[in-house]
Design a protein around this ligand. Structure first.
Ligand code: SAH
Length: 215
């Protein structure tokens, strides 16, 4: 699957390929779900695990900010797949922090990671998955070199901007029905440079109640 994504020109980074090959997607999708098909898959609670080409694209956009020792935040960590990739890339000296507002997904993502190549990082503490409202970020390990948001926001939450390090990059889908994947770079003087990478379709970044109601 990873080879195919590279052949189709989705990404060309060796480090991204390495991380995606190490983290077996089969451990992160519900039993009976075809794991290696390039499509989002339902994981319950009205949400999906993102398609592999979106994971690959986001990893590549963030690659320079996922160097060993750096801090990475994954909002809406869902299955934990991408957080595990972050953890492998930033390594034991770095920090990979997932925030997810469905407690059951927090529990199942931790179980998924425990079976994966990233298990030792979870045990050792450089990788953690936390229950909470991701719109508030996770101040404990701020500032972050890389922030990924896996659900579409109406606008970029201010706490996430505040928790981005100067020189850091955030990748976040913004919009309602029509969404843009935005790449937000915080310059060293604290100003922001924002560009649209591509049009996307993500589930909303919302409250737990609204998500479970499906509104
Ligand atoms: N990137 C993950 C999940 C993508 S789906 C993966 O590929 O597995 C988006 C996730 O965001 C869902 O798990 C959903 O429960 C979560 N989410 C939505 N709004 C949230 C919020 N306000 N705070 C934390 N998590 C949120």
């Amino acid at each position: 699957m990873v080879e195919q994504l590279q052949r189709y020109g989705i990404f060309n980074s060796k480090k991204v390929a390495e991380a995606m090959e190490k983290v077996d997607r089969g451990l992160f999708v519900p039993a009976g779900t075809p794991a290696y098909v390039d499509s989002p898959m339902a994981i319950g609670y009205n949400v999906t695990i993102s398609a592999p080409h979106m994971h690959a694209m986001c990893l590549q956009l963030l690659e320079k900010n996922l160097q060993p020792g750096m801090h990475a935040l994954d909002i809406g960590s869902g299955t934990g797949y991408l957080t595990a990739c972050f953890a492998l890339m930033v390594g034991p000296e770095g920090r990979a922090v997932g925030v997810e507002h469905i407690p059951e997904l927090v529990t199942s993502s931790i179980k998924n990671i425990e079976k994966s190549e990233a298990a030792s990082l979870l045990k050792q503490g450089s990788l953690s998955i936390n229950a909470g409202d991701g719109r508030q970020g996770w101040p404990e390990f701020a500032a972050y070199d890389a922030i990924h948001v896996g659900a579409a926001a109406r606008e970029i939450p201010q706490p996430l901007i505040d928790q981005l390090k100067p020189g850091g990059r955030m990748v976040i889908p913004v919009g309602n029905v029509f969404q843009d994947l935005k790449v937000v770079d915080k310059n060293l003087d604290g100003s922001l440079s924002i560009r649209n990478e591509t049009s996307v379709r993500y589930v909303p970044l919302t409250s737990r109640d609204a998500q479970l109601r499906g509104t």
